[in-house]
Design a protein around this ligand. Structure first.
Ligand code: ZN
Length: 851
């Protein structure tokens, strides 16, 4: 599963947040090498401190957040073994009803059974019958269907029965999207029980088949192989068979007016299900799938394990994608984009993530939700594998860096181990804290670096083969890795998987010109407790000198390290954790001239990005500012973008303003986007003219949108003409209008409130609506107009067909702090089925009730 990228796009886009394109950016002219000048010219007195080593930070680099709330949920105990399930289903558009009949074959485990409980929420059960038609008795309480067997089922013997049922307007599980006449379903975590009675928990694997009826002219997609289609009255019935066992949350049905673009990997059919009007964009979004399958098959040593691979575009989907075995569902607006939207728009991260799940998640499946990183951390790792080998080394490095940063932010909010079984309302809460996707992938990258690529992938192969078609827990992974590597990995798993946190270092160096020895001292200073101890890693270091680079390893033991490296010449820069393989924070004070050297000379993009970050805090030093200006010509667009962003915080020095304006002409639209945003830090006619040009005529709407966002800061209310023009324009994913709505948040004019209120209604695109709500709240809190905005937002709590709008409305009411909102929030809480919205409502109510 993957979160919607559209939702992420609402936050200011960081270069680290998203995958980047495979097309290399046009290279700018190389950076002028200013280092030699620094070395030869004696420093003027006002820059003496650029040569001094600063002190350690006076505050801790991170404070662990409290453990996430919730009660423990042990693995659900199995009571029978599901052997095969046949589902006949029809989607009744007139009533938005799922009309179904399912035949269930199961076996008793080691205890005799007289009743069979099935998960089945909010259904009408018409009858339960034996295969011979005899009626069976049952109880049904709206959540569990308890079938009473005619006799006692002896241990390990099998039985079967048929359930005829209906689910009218299911609250979850099956979604009717009228505007495209598409039905899609979503099982993970425990939602398939809203449209199919079944054992809805990952720890039992079964085969299944679907008979799905559609209107003529439409198609139905499900798992496994298409065995046939036939006319049934005025409908068509599609018969799909999954003959390899899987967990039932991976059941899927999608129906609609789809065309199927046929591709293949070796002899395996690969299909792209899309709308007739979106063929070209679908090839753009999905067309690299066979190359990804090839890469993953080669790396894991396990050839793609299923009979076919289909991906389907789903409208108004509630996640980015879902890895339903052999039949992945993906949000159409995350896949389909016009050519101009690249490189920012890019579906490769999503496509490779869901494909990675076909091995990790589907072929091997977590046994219970507390080990969900074995699905999601692995899929994220496979996504990173594509980024590194299918795109570029820089992209891979930045992808890993982004995952590390998300992981550290996660511990800042709420520290927890990767393996964790506490949640409040839904196991989905475990997924998106940052400890599963990015931290899971980061831990695998650390193992990869420690064992080396060859042993690592051999171990991955062992794990994959050993547990093929089975359920797994984290210790299965440890054992497979120990068998292959011959190492004891208990301590690694105890610290990184079952423990929490990560190391925080204070690092210092001394250079002895007499012996030409560089000594590094390091100390782990993270808060320690029962969950977090010393990590004692081996850390790669690199020292650059004018006579070449020196690499080494610093071994931290008992929380400290002391290591000396002989150098051929004095150190010009020092990298702690060269290559950035370790999940850590390091407070490593170095003189500004060292950072300048690192920015100009480090061959690894992460080292140059680190230098930009540190220099950005020292721009009152001319050397730092000069280095950042030079970095706007770095060969990597990542460095150019981050340098521009750092310069934007520097006030109005002419050389800085010139560099920002020059960067708005960069050949890479990502850098132009960062520069367009940085324009907002400048004042005067040059910035204003350039922002207007970009906002109205750049070839990328990402750049135009960013420039729109900058205009109010430069021009104030005078920018309203450009913003109004953008509000009137339809564009792909409503990008211009959404950015214009965002820009209104910074304009001081009586027109702003009525303009924003216009975009709350259901004629507005989802993301624009969500942006309008957020901007209105911010303005209302600043202007003391909370009551009025709360009244406008409250009805949005009941927008049944869009959980993102309900979620934004609930969040808004919490932030507006009107006591009168409590009743509306409580009323919605009673009927809300989406756990994400329930949790937002709970947070809003807590905020309203706080003193
Ligand atoms: Zn996933």
């Amino acid at each position: 599963m993957n979160l919607r990228l559209a939702a992420l796009a609402l936050t200011p886009a960081g270069v680290f947040a998203c995958a980047s394109p495979v097309t290399p950016a046009p290279l700018p002219s190389p950076a002028p090498d200013t280092t030699r000048v620094v070395a030869q010219v004696p420093a003027p007195p006002d820059t003496m401190r650029s040569y001094a080593v600063p002190a350690f930070s006076s505050t801790p680099l991170i404070t662990w957040g409290p453990m996430p709330p919730g009660t423990p949920h042990a693995e659900r105990a199995r009571v029978y073994d599901l052997r095969h399930q046949i589902v006949h289903v029809r989607f009744d558009w007139a009533r938005h009803a799922v009309v179904g009949s399912t035949t269930i074959r199961l076996a008793a485990l080691d205890k005799p059974l007289t009743t069979i409980p099935l998960d089945a929420v909010g259904m009408t059960i018409q009858k339960v019958s034996a295969p011979n038609g005899a009626r069976l008795r049952y109880d049904y309480d709206g959540r569990t269907l308890t079938v009473k067997l005619p006799g006692t089922l002896r241990p390990r013997s099998t039985t079967s029965f048929v359930v005829d049922y209906e689910s009218v307007k299911p609250k979850k599980g099956a979604y009717f999207i009228d505007r495209r006449h598409v039905v899609w379903t979503q099982g993970e975590t425990e939602d398939n029980r809203y449209w199919v009675p079944t054992w809805d928990y990952p720890n039992d694997k079964t085969t299944w088949e679907f008979y799905i009826q559609t209107d003529t002219g439409e198609k139905a997609l499900s798992n496994g192989a298409l065995r046939g289609q036939r006319r049934v009255g005025n409908q068509v019935e599609w018969h799909w068979v999954l003959d390899q066992p899987n967990s039932t949350y991976l059941m899927t049905a999608v129906t609609g007016d789809y065309v199927v673009l046929q591709d293949k990997w070796r002899a395996t059919p690969v299909g792209y299900w899309t709308y007739p009007d979106s063929v070209e964009a679908t090839w753009r979004g999905m067309g690299k799938t066979p190359r990804m399958i090839e890469l993953f098959s080669n790396r894991t040593g396990v050839a793609y394990p299923w009979v076919k691979y289909d991906q389907v575009n789903a409208p108004d989907y509630i996640f980015g994608g879902m890895e339903n075995v052999t039949a992945t569902t993906q949000a159409d607006d995350d896949i389909l984009h016009p050519a101009w939207a690249e490189p920012q728009a890019n579906a490769e991260g999503l496509v490779s993530h869901e494909l990675g799940h076909q091995w990790y998640g589907d072929y091997l499946t977590t046994r219970d939700w507390s080990h969900i990183w074995l699905n999601e951390g692995f899929a994220t790792f496979m996504e990173q594998t594509w980024t590194e080998f299918g795109m570029s080394r820089d992209d891979g490095d930045v992808d890993r860096l982004g995952a590390q940063r998300e992981t550290m932010e996660a511990d800042r909010r709420a520290r927890r181990p990767i393996v964790y079984d506490r949640w409040v309302t839904d196991p989905l809460e475990l997924f998106f804290s940052g400890h599963i996707y990015p931290k899971g992938a980061t831990i695998l990258q650390m193992l990869r670096h420690q064992l080396g690529d060859s042993a690592f992938w051999q171990a991955m192969n062992r794990y994959t083969v050993q547990h093929a078609k089975g359920n797994v827990v984290s210790d299965d992974l440890r054992q497979a890795f120990e068998q292959v590597s011959g190492r004891d990995l208990k301590s690694f798993f105890d610290k990184w998987v079952y423990g929490a946190g990560f190391p925080v270092f204070q690092v210092s160096y001394t250079w002895d010109p007499a012996t030409r020895g560089l000594t590094l001292d390091a100390r782990e200073v993270q808060q320690r407790d029962s969950l977090t101890g010393f990590f004692d890693p081996d850390v790669d270091v690199e020292i650059l000198t004018d006579a070449g680079a020196v690499q080494g390893v610093v071994q931290v033991r008992g929380g400290t390290a002391h290591a000396t490296f002989p150098l051929p010449a004095e150190p010009r820069s020092i990298r702690w954790d060269k290559g950035n393989w370790l999940l850590d924070l390091a407070d490593f004070p170095r003189p500004t001239v060292m950072l300048e050297y690192q920015l100009a000379h480090d061959d690894d993009v992460v080292g140059r990005l680190e230098a930009v970050d540190l220099l950005a805090a020292r721009t009152d030093e001319p050397i730092a500012q000069r280095a950042l200006v030079a970095a706007t010509h770095d060969r990597s667009h990542y460095v150019r973008s981050v340098a521009v962003r750092a310069l934007a915080r520097q006030g109005s020095v002419q050389s800085v303003a010139d560099a920002i304006i020059a960067a708005t002409r960069d050949g890479d639209a990502r850098v132009r986007q960062a520069a367009a945003r940085a324009l907002g830090s400048l004042r005067g006619s040059a910035a204003s003219t350039r922002a207007r040009e970009l906002a109205t005529s750049d070839s990328s709407l990402y750049v135009r949108g960013a420039a729109l966002g900058s205009l109010p800061a430069i021009e104030g209310a005078a920018s309203l003409d450009v913003i109004r023009a953008a509000l009137a324009q339809d564009s792909w994913r409503d990008m211009l209008r959404r950015q214009a709505v965002g820009a209104l948040g910074d304009v001081d004019s009586p027109e702003v409130f009525p303009l924003l209120t216009r975009y709350l209604g259901d004629s507005t695109q989802r993301d624009t609506r969500v942006t309008a709500i957020a901007v209105l709240v911010r303005r209302a809190n600043a202007a003391g107009r909370q009551a009025e905005v709360a009244a406008a937002v409250t009805p949005l709590l009941d927008v049944e067909d869009d959980l993102f709008v309900r979620d934004a409305a609930a969040r808004a009411l919490g932030e507006l702090k009107q006591p009168s909102s409590v009743a509306a929030l409580e009323a919605r809480r009673r009927v809300e089925a989406e756990s994400r919205v329930v949790n937002t409502i709970d947070a809003a109510l807590a905020a309203l009730r706080a003193p």
